[in-house]
Design a protein around this ligand. Structure first.
Ligand SMILES: [Zn+2]
Length: 128
């Protein structure tokens, strides 16, 4: 398990907490960045509500995440997210979710986000 051996880098170097997804040169590099994002969030703090079809829906601590592959948008609501939206970065919550879903799905979705990076939108999650 790749992420079991990862040191919690975000505690040592807070700047690594938010890594820009779209600076990555390939999807493999992108996945490695996501691994670095693991912000010492416990697996038990995450509830994956849906992972299949075209949507990933999760709750992590008191926050919500929706990754919609059809609409090509990511909705989330943590305080860091406002900073992530303009430069399309991932916060530690997004990183954690991609570490918890099956690796093959995570890589597939990250590859799609990378390839389609010009049309993906990062947006605030609004309670509906
Ligand atoms: Zn977040």
């Amino acid at each position: 398990m790749i992420h079991k051996s990862i040191i919690c880098l975000s505690e040592i170097e807070p700047k690594l907490n938010v890594a820009s997804v779209f600076e990555s040169t390939c999807s493999e590099a992108l996945f490695e960045k996501v691994v670095v994002l693991d912000g010492c969030i416990g697996d038990e703090e995450v509830r994956i509500l849906q992972c299949g079809g075209s949507v990933i829906r999760a709750e992590i601590r008191e926050y919500h995440v929706i990754v919609d592959l059809e609409k090509r948008e990511i909705l989330h609501d943590c305080p860091d997210w406002a900073r992530c939206v303009p430069d399309r970065s991932f916060c530690k919550h997004l990183g954690k979710i991609f570490l918890l879903i099956p690796r093959a799905s995570a890589e597939d979705i990250l590859r799609r986000i990378f390839v389609e990076r010009d049309i993906w939108r990062f947006k605030p999650y609004l309670e509906s």
